[in-house]
Design a protein around this ligand. Sequence first.
Ligand SMILES: *Cc1c(COP(=O)(O)O)cnc(C)c1O
Length: 347
Amino acid sequence: MRGILFRYEALLPLTEATPRLSLCEGQTPLIPLENLGRELSVDLRAKFEGANPTGSFKDRGMVLAVAKAIEGGAKAVVCASTGNTSAAAAAYAARAGIPCFVLLPAGKVARGKLAQALIYGARVVAVRGNFDRALDLAKQASEDLGLAIVNSVNPFRLLGQQSAAWEICDELGEAPDWLAIPVGNAGNISAYWAGFNRYRELGRTATVPAMIGVQAAGAAPLVEGHPVDEPETVATAIRIGRPVNAEKARRAVAESGGQFLAVTDEEILAAQRLLASREGVFAEPASCASVAGLLKLHRAGRLPQGIRIAAVLTGNGLKDPDAALAQVPEPVEIDDSWDSLREVLSR
Ligand SMILES: *Cc1c(COP(=O)(O)O)cnc(C)c1O
C-alpha cells in the first residue's frame, strides 16, 4: 500500500518528472453502519476518511498538488485553511522538504489541526477575518511571491480527491445509489462526482449515485442560493460562506438527481454522538453532517428504503477534541479505594 500516486497512477496526470510522493494515503475503510442502517432501512456505509495519514480526505488531493508543485519548480507552498487543508499541506511539504505557509482564520481552528500544522513545521499565520478573507490573501501571496497555492482552486487537489469515489466503487463492485457528503468549499462533492463519472466512462461501473450535499444551517449558501457573509457553525471545516466550487457542485447535484440540504449544529452534534456511541466511529463535527442529513431525510419520510448509501465521514474526531468534550459529562473522580470504585460501579 503506497498511496494514491501508485495505486491510481494510470488515472492521474503523472509524468516521469512528477515526484512519487506518498504518506500511504487513501485505502480508507468503508465501514458498514449496521445499527444506523437498520434504523433507516438502508444499506449504509461510512467512507472513513479520518483514517488518512493526517486524519482527513485532504491528503488525497494534497499529495498530488504538492507533487505537481514540485514538478513545476515551486520552492514553497501556501494555503488558506479552516484546518485540515493546512495539516495536509504542512505534512506533504515536510515530506517533500519544502516550506509551507498557512493562513488560518484567527481563533476559529480546531486544536488538533492547529497542533498538526505547527508540529509539521509550517509557518502559521492567524488572520483576523474569516476563511474567505484568508483565501483572498493566500491568492495574493501566490501571485506576488510566486508560491504554489494548494487550496482547492488548485485543480490537482480535486483530481486526487476523485480517488475516494474510485475506492468506493472498487470495493462495492459498483457505484452506491446515493452518496451523502458534507459541503464547505464544495470541492470534494465535485471531485466525487467527477470520479464516479470517470469510472462509468471507463466501463468500471454501470451507474452513478445521486449526490446528497449537506451543509451546516449557519453556512448554507448552496441551500439558500446566495453567498453567506458571516458563516457560523460548530462544524469549522464547513464554515464557508462563498464556496469556490459552487458551480461545479450545483451541476453535480442537478445532473445526478440529488439535492442540497442544511442541518443545524444540534443535528450535527447529535449525529456525532450517535456515530460514536452506536457504531464506534468517531468523526469530526463537519463530517457528521452527511449522516445528520440522512437522519433528517428519514424523519421527513424522504429517504427511500433499501437503497445503498455511502456517507463520507471527511475527518477524524480527534481533530476537534473540544467539540466532543463540550457535549459529554466529565469523568467521575474518586478516592483510590475499592469502596469508592464499588460505589460508583454499582450506581
Ligand atoms: C475540507 C473539509 C470539508 C469540506 O470539503 P469541501 O471540499 O470544502 O466541500 C468537510 N469536512 C472536513 C473534515 C474537511 O476537512
